[in-house]
Design a protein around this ligand. Structure first.
Ligand SMILES: C[S@@+](CC[C@H](N)C(=O)[O-])C[C@H]1O[C@@H](n2cnc3c(N)ncnc32)[C@H](O)[C@@H]1O
Length: 312
């Protein structure tokens, strides 16, 4: 097989223009810490790379299995494999992976991805499958999230089972339902590919399963969100894409992404976001430094009273 030459080499990563199976074949076994994939979903969409996105179901699944096998091969023992897809595809692909890796989570990421169709439920979550090679993850440091607060009064939207006085000052344990991932519609990123994932999502995945210097693999580059998240967090990365121009353009000026990821870092692993702290200060609620309230009666008064308005 012909050796591929990277079309882009950065401080931390290498991007190959071409078929992912060719790029994957060049990676040594058991060298990758995090293998992430966000493949085309076979929904008949048009891609800049002009791929056929309307394959027969068996053909599509067989293709997915071929690159998943390669991802499993290159994963280190204890390494993480995450697959972003529609529930429809992650159900059979999850069963395929389960024979080779250890299942950890089906993470539901609450983003509406299609219009309501009569006679069906409104599709409102993507599936993020999380597997590891072997029985124990080599790296696992999930982000902690700020407490969910009312955007009117800053009061807590949940009562945390009356254990507020035991809240970790670094924030709330993350669950397997993620409701805080915004759709990619930021003014700064208007011209970006409609398939681009949010930088917040990719930062969360990269921080959870890698350390500085770890190697991140993504065979489906798209607009390069995985690579940007890895590069800016000091991880090494390797990837492929059939049509690389938007990734190259993105890496030509990383300033907007750098600013964006710094905002993301500033708002995680803490009890309250800056915006919620402002609202809480205005409505006289306890702030981060004096949040561990011992008196349960006092705790009750912190809950949001806006109720229905707050939950809109
Ligand atoms: C859903 S997009 C990925 C989006 C990416 N996660 C992002 O945040 O921008 C899937 C990408 O896979 C690319 N692709 C499809 N088939 C491929 C193949 N065989 N090898 C490499 N890339 C491929 C498509 O061109 C498309 O850009």
């Amino acid at each position: 097989m012909k050796t591929m030459i990277p079309i882009l080499t950065t401080r931390a990563g290498k991007l190959y223009q071409g078929d992912c199976l060719e790029m994957l074949a060049q990676i040594d076994p058991e060298t990758v810490d995090l293998a992430f994939a966000d493949p085309p979903f076979n929904l008949g969409k048009e891609y800049a790379s002009k791929i056929d996105d309307a394959l027969a179901e068996e053909h599509y699944l067989a293709w997915c299995e071929s690159w998943l096998l390669e991802m499993v091969r290159v994963l280190k023992p204890g390494g993480t494999l995450m697959l972003w897809s529609l529930p429809k595809w992650n159900l059979p692909l999850g069963a395929f992976l389960r024979k080779r890796l250890t299942f950890r989570h089906w993470i539901a990421v609450d983003i509406k991805y299609s219009l309501p169709i009569s006679g069906r439920l409104y599709p409102s979550h993507y599936s993020l499958l999380y597997y590891i090679k072997g029985t124990k993850p080599a790296i696992f440091h999930p982000d902690r999230l700020p407490i969910a607060c009312c955007r009117h009064c800053g009061g807590e939207l949940k009562d945390y089972g009356g254990y507020k006085n035991k809240m970790n000052p670094s924030g709330v344990n993350i669950s397997d339902v993620w409701t805080d991932i915004p759709p990619v519609r930021h003014a700064k990123y208007k011209k970006r590919d409609a398939n681009a994932l949010s930088l917040k999502l990719m930062d969360r995945i990269v921080s959870m399963s890698t350390d500085p210097g770890s190697l991140v693999l993504d065979p489906f580059g798209g607009s390069g969100t995985t690579y940007v998240a890895a590069e800016l967090a000091g991880r090494r990365w390797i990837g492929s894409e059939l049509e690389c121009s938007s990734i190259i353009e993105r890496f030509d000026s990383l300033e907007a992404d750098r600013e964006h990821i710094e905002e993301i870092w500033a708002q995680k692993n803490r009890l309250f976001t800056d915006a919620d702290l402002k609202r809480r200060a205005k409505s006289g609620r306890p702030l981060s430094q004096d949040y561990r309230i011992e008196d349960p009666k006092e705790t009750e008064t912190n809950a949001c009273l806006c109720d229905a308005v707050a939950r809109e």
